[in-house]
Design a protein around this ligand. Sequence first.
Ligand code: HEM
Length: 452
Amino acid sequence: MTAEVDTGPARRARTLPLRQLPALMREPLKTFDGLGNEPSGEIVRVNLGVSRPYLVTRPEHVQWILRDNVENYPRGGMMWKPLTRLVGDMAGEGPKWALNRGVFQRLMTGPNIASVTGEMARTIAEAVDDLARRATGRPVDSHAEMTRIVQRAIIRVFFGNRISLDGADHLADAIRTAMKAMRPRLLTPFAPLSVRLPGDRAFHEARRAVDEVIFPMVEGARRGETAERDIVSMLIETRDEQGRGLNDQQVRDGVLAMFMAGTETTATALTWLWVALKEHPAIADKVYAEIDAVLGPDMPDRTHLPHLRYTKMVVQELLRVYTVACILPRTSVDDDVIDGIRIKGGSTIVISPYLTHRLADVWPDPDVFDPERFSPARSKGRHRFAYMVFGAGPHQCLGTLLFTVEAQLIAATMLRRFRPVVRNESPVRPQVGLTLSPRERVEIVLDPADRR
Ligand code: HEM
């Protein structure tokens, strides 16, 4: 175990008062920043009334919890339970999660993602065409439109040509409904299932609708119904070290877990991209110039991606500033000591990548949007746990590569044709929820790129 933290004599963490909670919800940026810098990333407790979670921000503390002493900090806790009802073991811990994780990890490798990138690029181009037809000259809801594009792309990657465009939209609608209906359970995780909550019936119906689309595709894949390479066909071929494969339920659960983990996050990130390009016109011009120079008259595909270097750095900086997965909850099993602060066993721990990304000694001038931070020269020597966009340790995001490819393809496909102009007059403020999302609806108008 490599200990970067002091586990010696300990004192109690300072507790920040309850009055912070409403402020946190109203002004997450300001309040969060204040909490995290008290002083400079010290572990504090936040008094939320019902619980007093420890707030953890410093990279070496995050490393301790997510990697070096990870056995003491499982992702347990009641907030994960509602998720497991929809997506099964992938949202949990223990041997079943580990089996699923192993399977998906082997699936999300460079060569496998490369083998579906062409199909993904074509689907994105179709989805952007469709958006262009609907959006000529009138503002559209950026998050809804980005969700539509991302969902179509991911469904195509998972199910290849087993599903029609209408079928994909139908599946996406059902999943959206299930996620929305699940919200009351996520907010009251302590309520037993025997107590009916609003949304329960809609959740069951949506889950049935999801199953009615997914199971026949899994069965079709087992019968070898198409020769196309897609995630479902890879999944049913896959075996663990003992040679065991997944049954249909496990395939369905895994696909759904990946889908849910991958759509809201990606669509939110892309919505922030248009906001950031509006706020930083000089950076936007460099992105447009790079995309024009690299693509020329072509549609973006796999071969262009390594050349979109500046665009990639912009997306990396985007996620540092707009940290979509802004909190990572864990529970402590036994008592522990982290840099002189006693952590009681059985407590909730809230790791905040959002705050980690704002520690001034780790990220100089943290409020400045500066994609060059991610140039190879300036990335050198940065603490591995300083950039926490995709988590770290055993639960580290499985979709990082897929996201990177997908986000670059969507940005390039959009910007090759349009300048998405954000119409909101005042600055778009973030809100802390399951993701760090825009508080207001973000409206964009698609100006043709060649009209400028
Ligand atoms: C902007 C895009 C994304 C962000 C910011 C993001 C962020 C994260 C983070 C922070 C975690 C760790 C959660 C924790 O430690 O509790 C995670 C886990 C995960 N992500 Fe992503 N993710 C993104 C896109 C994707 C995509 C595209 C996929 C797949 C299609 C995906 C699949 C997963 C899965 C399956 C896990 C759970 C891994 C496990 O528990 O073993 N993510 N993601």
